[in-house]
Design a protein around this ligand. Structure first.
Ligand SMILES: [Zn+2]
Length: 136
C-alpha cells in the first residue's frame, strides 16, 4: 500500500496498476528532494502537459497556481456584451457564463462575479471598451 502526494496537486487517488509502471524507487533522498522541488517550482507556471502543450499559457490542467479572472461589480448592464464575447470563443467550455463566488485570503473580501476564462480576457476587454467611453 502506498499514498501518492504530487508536488503540484497534493494527494491523489491510487491506481496501483498504472502507477507501478510510471514510478521507480529512488535510493537517494537528495535526488528525491531536488526532483520534488523542481516539480513544485515548475507546477506553479506550467500545466501537466509540459512546455509544448498546444494551449500554451492558457492551459491550467494540473497547475499548482492558477490565475483566475473574475468580473465583478455592476455587471448586469454589460451582461449581454460579455455573453456575446464569450460566444466567440473556440472552446465550448469557454463559451458558458459562469457566476463564481470567491473569498480573498489576504483581506477576506468576498466577491461575486462572472468568471472570464483566461483565453477570453482580451476579447471581453475589447468588447467592453464602450463602457469606458460612457464613464468619460
Ligand atoms: Zn496543458
Amino acid at each position: 500500500m502506498f499514498k501518492i502526494v504530487r508536488p503540484a496537486v497534493g494527494e491523489s487517488g491510487n491506481a496501483p496498476g498504472r502507477v507501478e509502471k510510471q514510478i521507480r524507487k529512488l535510493l537517494s533522498l537528495d535526488k528525491a528532494r531536488s526532483g520534488r522541488e523542481d516539480e513544485y517550482e515548475v507546477s506553479s507556471k506550467q500545466c501537466m502537459h509540459g512546455p509544448n502543450c498546444r494551449l500554451g499559457n492558457f492551459c491550467t490542467v494540473g497547475r499548482r497556481r492558477q490565475e483566475v479572472n473574475v468580473l465583478g461589480g455592476l455587471i448586469l448592464p454589460v451582461w449581454g456584451t460579455i455573453e456575446k464575447a464569450l460566444s466567440k470563443q473556440a472552446r465550448q467550455s469557454h463559451k458558458r457564463l459562469c457566476v463564481v463566488h470567491i473569498e480573498t485570503t489576504t483581506d477576506n473580501r468576498r466577491i461575486v462575479g462572472l468568471l472570464v476564462p483566461n483565453a477570453a480576457v482580451e476579447s471581453v476587454l475589447q468588447d467592453l471598451a464602450w463602457v469606458q467611453d460612457i464613464d468619460d
